[in-house]
Write a protein that binds this ligand. Structure first.
Ligand SMILES: [Zn+2]
Length: 408
């Protein structure tokens, strides 16, 4: 039996410590249940607007019941352990029935207990689900997602919009939204406090050309995200700001329309697994030589198609390399020393400028884009496992920048 009522819970321990009770009656539900494993054991479950997980009181530990004002719809149940008094306000006939049933339970008068009246919420409510897999629209929970979810999969439903109720799942660690038609991720998504793995494979993020990547710049996601799967999204580019995902270990961007990777990718210090197969890449940024990758898949690109004509160094006066603007010199120091910067601390034009920094083959930051050439490198010297198209020399074309003539 469930009693919909208003309840104030008084902790008697507080009154002995001279802590006053709030005097607030909260909208609550009190359910009388039979313990599934025991023949004659009953419990009371209390839920309220602030206590959604529920508190269980054993009927055995009811010490006293105060029912002097039951005709006015008021009663108090005192428990031995925990030392709580439940002060109940309710419609008086319902309250009387409830108290009568409770008395029968206390007395162990099994004949007069109508078992059908006992609630069976205990077993179902005790589980707080942490995992939910939805592969069918009918599988969406009627009452919304349980807030306790840590793993959520919503896959293969042709979902057009990112469901905003996902933003409420503060415990979420793994989110799989693969095989939908999502075009946009809201910036607030970057505030998910515990998200470590995000699978957005086979959606439509790149279909409109311009992509809103602002969620990547939020503090929580920058510090927490370890796996990002963006394969099959018709992406034409990756944002320069992707390097700000400083915890990222695995990045998968296979089967897109990428023609180049951002130079900043070399700044992703924790990146270990990178898959960029099935794109239109003709070269890789030489900053990638600074990464310590365990695994890279570059197959099905155009990384070996570069003709020798293009590979020639663009001839410039080498002295131009030594003479830099003050902004260039300052920017090189900021990048080299890994000084944090963001649009809220410096003008966004400077943020763009710093995000644009290239990396010399020696690892030094380079701000100018004038001095570059395409060079062939053997990836196997830079990465433990390399998956690539077979070519004669086993090399891959890199777009290289230079900090000084010595590095050329
Ligand atoms: Zn250099």
């Amino acid at each position: 039996m469930k009693l919909h009522c208003q309840i104030e819970v008084i902790n008697r321990l507080h009154s002995t410590l001279n802590i006053r009770s709030s005097g607030k009656y909260l909208k609550s539900t009190l359910a009388l249940i039979k313990e599934p494993k025991s023949e004659a054991e009953y419990s009371l479950l209390l839920f309220s607007t602030v206590n959604k997980t529920g508190t269980k009181y054993r009927v055995k530990s009811v010490k006293q019941m105060f029912i002097k004002f039951i005709n006015e719809g008021k009663a108090t149940i005192r428990f031995e352990e925990p030392p709580h008094d439940l002060c109940i306000k309710c419609e008086h006939i319902q309250l009387k029935c409830f108290v009568k049933l409770l008395r029968s339970c206390i007395a162990g008068d099994t004949k007069s207990i109508n078992l059908a009246k006992l609630s069976s919420v205990a077993v179902t409510h005790k589980e707080s689900p942490t995992k939910l897999v939805i592969r069918d629209r009918s599988a969406f929970p009627n009452k919304g997602f349980p807030r306790t979810l840590e793993f959520l999969t919503i896959s293969g439903l042709n979902l057009c919009n990112f469901r905003r109720d996902i933003l409420l799942l503060k415990q979420l660690v793994v989110l799989d939204l693969s095989n939908n038609v999502i075009e946009h991720i809201p910036p607030e998504f970057g505030d998910m406090p515990n998200l470590a793995e995000l699978n957005l494979a086979n959606n439509k993020l790149g279909v409109k050309g311009v992509i809103d990547w602002r969620w990547l710049l939020r503090l929580q996601v920058k510090n927490k995200l370890k796996l990002l799967e963006l394969s099959g999204n018709e992406l034409k580019y990756l944002p320069k700001s992707i390097w700000k995902l400083q915890s990222l270990v695995t990045l998968k961007v296979d089967n897109n329309l990428l023609e180049h990777l951002p130079n900043t990718i070399g700044r992703m210090n924790n990146l270990r697994y990178l898959t960029i197969a099935l794109n239109k890449l003709t070269s890789l940024p030489c900053s990638m030589l600074q990464l310590r990758l365990d695994y890279i898949d570059v197959s099905d690109n155009k990384l070996n198609d570069r003709d020798t004509e293009q590979s020639k160094m663009v001839k410039r006066n080498p002295w131009e390399m030594y003479v830099n603007s003050l902004v260039d010199i300052a920017a090189r120091v900021v990048v080299k020393q890994k000084i944090t910067y963001a649009p809220n601390t410096i003008p966004w034009t400077l943020v763009e400028y710093l995000d644009d920094a290239n990396s010399c083959v020696c690892g030094e930051p380079v701000m100018n884009k004038e001095h570059y050439s395409f060079k062939e490198y053997q990836l196997k010297y830079y990465c433990h496992v390399v998956v690539s198209d077979e070519n004669r020399k086993g090399t891959v074309s890199f777009l290289c920048y230079y900090c000084s003539p010595k590095c050329m």
